[in-house]
Design a protein around this ligand. Sequence first.
Ligand SMILES: [Zn+2]
Length: 132
Amino acid sequence: MEKLTVTEKALIDSATEIIKLNFDRKNLNHTVGAAVRYTNGNVYSGVNVSSIHEACAEVIAIGNAISCGERDFECIVAIGRDNSDKVYSPCGNCRQFILEYAPNCHVIVETEAGIKKSRITSLVPYAYHRPE
Ligand SMILES: [Zn+2]
C-alpha cells in the first residue's frame, strides 16, 4: 500500500463530483461514482447504472474512456455517496475487469490505515487469466 499523490487526491475529487452531480437512489439507483486517470493525464468518470443487472461505476468510467480511444490507464477510484463520500473498494468483478484491461493500474482503496493505493495485482491474488 502506498500513500496518495496530489494527482490521486484530485482523482478522488473527480469521482466525488460525478456522483454528487448524478446521485439518485430513489429512481435510478445511481449511488457510486468512479474516476479513472490515464497515463496522458486524461480523467474519465462514470456512475453505476442498474436495471435487472447492474454495471458498477468503475466499468462505466473505463468504458467511457475506452470509447474515447484511451488504452493506458494508471489509477482508478470509486466513491459511494451514501456514506459521506467514502472510498469504495472495487467488487470482485471490477477487480478482474481492471486486471484484464490494465494489469499495472493502481486502485485507491480504504484500509485500516486510511486511504491508500494498491496495484490491482495485489488485490487479485491467484487471478484467473484467460487461456491464450
Ligand atoms: Zn464492481
